[in-house]
Write a protein that binds this ligand. Structure first.
Ligand SMILES: [Zn+2]
Ligand SMILES: [Zn+2]
Length: 266
């Protein structure tokens, strides 16, 4: 009785709140009919990454160069992770969504975002045996109150049934915001920043791990986490992120229209 009553009570409570607190578009604030959502004008310019890409790191290509096509960086040095995919291009249209999710308590966006990620990374999810989010250092977690990558990992686990290990990785060294730092500065700061929790080791050994984060920027954080997971015995690390930031040397990206399967359920 309790398990059936609780969700019902929750729905009634949210319906009650909706009477007084209309849902607003996350990006522009326009009042919406849906319980969560983006207005048409904010949804339309988003760029979903469904076109040709580097088969390893998922870097979008302007044209298809075949199934074995790799970007220059992956040819020069293969990443520690086997494959990475992202749902959305990080740009002026998508960044307000990510920032609201990350810093402004729009945690209700986690499930719709995870649905986009599950669509973009369905071949990765099918192979994954355990999901692990990129962790925050506890000092930042206290300040921000939640880890956006952990929310995405939790929602992906609910969607796919793949077990989630929210504390599988630990961030043992606080690092400043990496946004404006060069790749070499990032690498230096992230050295020794991550570790595996003892309780998680048994669930990682011999498993294909899906590492989850909100944004793939340079890939250095994801690389550092992948190396720790592989050292702990993971057979393979796959990476799934909500957004992908392009390196400055990439040009000629084709804008991919949202597919019919990606509805505005945000
Ligand atoms: Zn809007
Ligand atoms: Zn690549």
């Amino acid at each position: 009785m309790i398990t059936t009553f609780a969700p019902h009570a929750k729905q009634v409570w949210f319906a009650f709140l909706d009477l007084f607190l209309p849902t607003r578009c996350l990006r522009c604030g326009e009042i919406l009919d849906a319980t969560v959502g983006l207005c048409h004008d904010c949804w339309q310019p988003l760029t979903f990454l469904q076109g040709p890409c580097c088969q390893c790191c998922g870097l979008p290509f302007a044209s298809d160069i075949g199934e074995a096509g790799l970007c220059a960086a992956c040819i020069a040095k293969a990443p520690a992770f086997a494959q990475a995919r992202a749902a959305l291009l990080y740009n002026d249209h998508s960044s307000p969504l990510i920032l609201a999710f990350k810093y402004n308590d729009r945690t209700d966006a986690a499930m719709p975002f995870a649905q986009w990620m599950a669509s973009a990374g369905h071949t990765l999810l099918e192979r994954a045996e355990v999901i692990i989010p990129v962790p925050l250092h506890w000092t930042r977690l206290v300040k921000r109150r939640y880890n956006q990558a952990a929310l995405l990992a939790h929602s992906l686990s609910k969607l796919s049934g793949v077990p989630n290990l929210p504390h599988g990785l630990k961030r043992i060294k606080p690092t400043p915001k990496l946004g404006r730092l060069s790749p070499s500065q990032r690498k230096r700061l992230l050295a020794g920043a991550f570790d595996i929790s003892k309780a998680a080791s048994a669930h990682i050994e011999g498993k294909t791990v899906l590492l989850v984060d909100d944004v793939y920027t340079t890939g250095i954080t994801l690389e550092a986490c992948s190396k720790i997971l592989l050292a702990a015995g993971a057979s393979q690390v796959l990476v799934l992120t909500l957004c992908r930031r392009l390196r400055s040397d990439v040009s000629g990206l084709q804008v991919t229209e949202p597919s019919e399967t990606l509805t505005n359920n945000f």
